[in-house]
Write a protein that binds this ligand. Structure first.
Ligand code: G3P
Length: 216
């Protein structure tokens, strides 16, 4: 499973990149708003660090506006993926951009039929939002399972990018269900390498070594 960082923080991108596990980055208008820098500038900075796909979301909600913004975004770097909402206008824009060889990430996917439609329109990635479905008492992981089944049934090539990942349990189940990619905040990535028994084990090994040989 590929692992993307869901952040517009350059520091976080550098930290995830330094871990050696970063395959790509996703951003959105809320994440960039927290940074207080122009979107294009930050995308350019991120693309200098991460050579994998970097999703740049459009603000426009109409077809023409999405195409206009998407075409601006792809000028920033060759690894930019245009992120579009999974709406009627979004699916049209996805098809138009895909026909021109532009990669798209269809975001805000909350039902599997949206995922079927965007795959038919040639999306590179679809982003089902797990956490936000869980927030309203629905089954986020169930959505990943349904999309996986539909894409497998018909050999659809769009990659499932599990988004709105809030904790390691989400990440674990994405991997078990066969999501192609998961995007998550830096904390979820670093939490994967934490376990109290790992810390305790290190403590015991060091204490035993010290007892036998003394010093460091
Ligand atoms: O980037 C889209 C998605 O991952 C947002 O997650 O936690 O705001 O629901 P969240």
């Amino acid at each position: 499973m590929h692992l993307y960082l869901d952040s517009a923080s350059l520091d976080d991108v550098k930290k995830a990149h330094d871990l050696g596990v970063l395959d790509g980055v996703t951003t959105n208008p809320s994440l960039i708003a927290k940074e207080g820098v122009p979107y294009a500038k930050r995308l350019e900075e991120i693309c200098r660090v991460c050579k994998g796909p970097v999703s740049a979301e459009v603000i426009a909600t109409d077809y023409e506006g999405m195409l206009r913004e998407g075409r601006e975004h792809i000028k920033i770097a060759s690894n930019i993926v245009v992120k579009l909402p999974s709406t009627i206008d979004g699916v049209r824009a996805c098809k138009a951009l895909a026909d021109q060889g532009v990669k798209t990430n269809m975001t805000l996917c909350f039902q599997s039929l949206q995922a079927l439609m965007v795959a038919k329109a040639g999306a590179f990635l679809v982003s089902p939002f797990i956490g936000r479905l869980d927030d309203i008492g629905q089954d986020g992981m169930g959505l990943i399972r349904e999309i996986k089944t539909i894409y497998t049934n018909y050999g659809l090539k769009t990659k499932i990018l599990a988004a709105s990942v809030r904790h390691t349990n989400h990440l674990l189940h994405c991997a078990l269900l066969g999501a192609d990619v998961a995007t998550c905040p830096l904390k979820v990535i670093t939490d994967c390498m934490k376990h109290p028994l790992t810390d305790k084990g290190i403590e015991i090994f060091l204490a035993d070594y010290k007892k036998a040989f003394g010093g460091q």
